[in-house]
Structures are given as C-alpha cells and as structure tokens.
Design a binder for this molecule. Structure first.
Ligand code: SAH
Length: 259
C-alpha cells in the first residue's frame, strides 16, 4: 500500500504535556496565532511540520484539524495524546495506535443507527494504514530501546510500567471524561474490541475523512477510565506521557526524513 509523500506534517495534541518539547525542538520555528490557537511551523528532525494544541474535546479538535489542512497546508496529520483504557488487555503505560475511531456519544437514533455520523453512512472511521504502521514502528522502537532510559525507575515502578505493549485497534471518542467502571464496561460492550477512550481522535478522523487527508492517532494509556481515573491521569501525563510523545515523534520524523 502507498502513502503520498509527507510534504508537511500536522501534529495535534489536546494538552500541553502531550506535546512537551516538540516546539522547542523545531528549527526555524515561527508561531502563528489563529482562532485562539498557536500553530508553530518549522522543521522537526528533517520534516516540515506544524505543531498545535487543540485543547480538549471533539469540536476543538475538529476545528484545529480543519485549519491545519486549509490554512497551514498540512498533507498528513498525527494526533498524539493520552487516553483511558478500554479493557481488552490494555494497561496504563501501554500505547494504542488507532485502526478505527468511533464517536461514542453520537446518537441520532432512531433516524440513524447509534454512533453513525448522520449523512456520512459511517460509524467507524479508519486511520491511514501505512501512516499508522510507521507510527507503530516508531512506538515499538521507543518501547524496546529507549523507554527504560527515558523514564525514571521510580516512575516506572509507580505506574507499573513493565511489559509495555503497543496495541492497534479501536478507539472511541466523546465529549466526556470517562471515570466510571460501569460506563467504561458499557462502552466496551457496545464497541467490541475497544482499546481506548479519549475526547478528540474520532473528530480528527471525521475531518480527515471528509478532507481526504491521511491521519494516525497514537494514545498513551494514562488511566483505566474508572473512579480513579482523574488522580492517575494528572501525574501520569506530566511524568510519563510527555516523554513517550517526544521520543516517538522524534523517531517517526527521523524515519520519514530518511525515507
Ligand atoms: N482533569 C483533566 C481532564 C483532562 S480531559 C484536566 O483538568 O486537565 C482528558 C484528556 O485526556 C482529553 O484530552 C482526553 O482525550 C484524554 N483522556 C485521558 N483519559 C481519558 C478518559 N478516561 N476519558 C476520556 N478522555 C480521556
């Protein structure tokens, strides 16, 4: 399968920590403020790129993705962030790369089936297979060779980061922070194969589908989407997820610049 050359890569995260260090690592960085967001253009490890924080939620992410394409001319989009586990063997510290994404809170039934985006005929939006595979290669390289050096022993112990696994599969997005065991279990029942829940990916997926732009979504699992999610979340994002994102994006850009 083919992928058009990455002439300009858009990198979106919801929160500052999920993209920590990337703007500082850019060469020739220039920041453009538009629609209350900072879009920083420059070169990242040899690749022309635009970094932006979307903030949280589907509308925020959709607007950011649209502007990246229409105003900043990106040809491909990566989303990097954290997510709650959807079960199916996914644990805190693992990485999930989306094969497909669904808006779990979309419900125009009985006019349309639950979770179908009305008038698109779509319930599950596929991520670009090639781009996602290359991201998975970069993620696996990080886990195999850099993780133990990048994250302190104390934090590896604290978050139980052992046998860290890169999973590929279904991600569900909605405008809700999921922090109830009952709720996540129901979502997992409604969406067989669910690996992660978050609040932006499926919105980016819809925009990229409609604008015909290849995209991939990578999530580090920060919590189990249950009653303890909020406390686990904050510490994890600062101590762990920021490092994962930086190393994996670096690896990805280096791979692409060499190709
Ligand atoms: N209490 C946090 C809330 C952030 S919302 C704060 O004040 O900053 C959670 C963010 O992380 C969203 O961008 C979402 O995509 C992701 N996320 C992580 N765990 C999640 C969960 N259990 N449910 C939904 N989104 C989650």
């Amino acid at each position: 399968m083919n992928l058009a050359p990455i002439r300009r890569l858009g990198i979106i995260s919801a929160l500052q920590e999920e993209q920590q260090g990337l703007v500082e690592a850019m060469q020739g960085a220039a920041t453009h403020v538009h629609g209350r967001r900072d879009y920083t253009t420059g070169t990242l490890w040899g690749l022309d790129a635009v970094c932006v924080l979307s903030r949280i939620g589907k509308v925020a992410a959709a607007m950011t993705a649209t502007l990246l394409v229409e105003k900043f001319g990106v040809t491909h989009i990566l989303f990097t962030g954290v997510a709650g586990s959807g079960g199916n063997g996914v644990k805190v510290g693992d990485i999930v790369i989306a094969d497909a994404l669904v808006q779990h809170d979309m419900d125009a039934s009985p006019l349309f089936p639950p979770c179908e985006v009305p008038l698109t005929g779509m319930r599950y939006f596929s991520a670009d297979v090639v781009l996602s595979s290359r991201l998975a290669v970069a993620a696996a390289a990080f886990v195999d060779s850099a993780l133990t050096g990048a994250i302190s022993d104390v934090e590896q112990k604290l978050f139980g980061l052992h046998a860290v696994t890169v999973h590929r599969g279904l991600v569900a997005s909605g405008d809700q922070f999921i922090n109830s065991a009952e709720r996540i279990e129901r979502l997992a029942r409604d969406h067989p194969g669910l690996l992660a829940v978050e609040m932006e990916g499926a919105a980016v997926a819809q925009v990229c589908f409609e604008l015909n732009v290849p995209f991939a979504v990578m999530r580090t699992i920060s919590d189990n989407a249950n009653e303890k999610a909020a406390t686990d979340f904050l510490h994890f994002v600062q101590a762990v997820a920021a490092k994962y994102a930086f190393y994996i994006i670096q690896r990805f850009c280096e791979q692409e610049a060499e190709a």
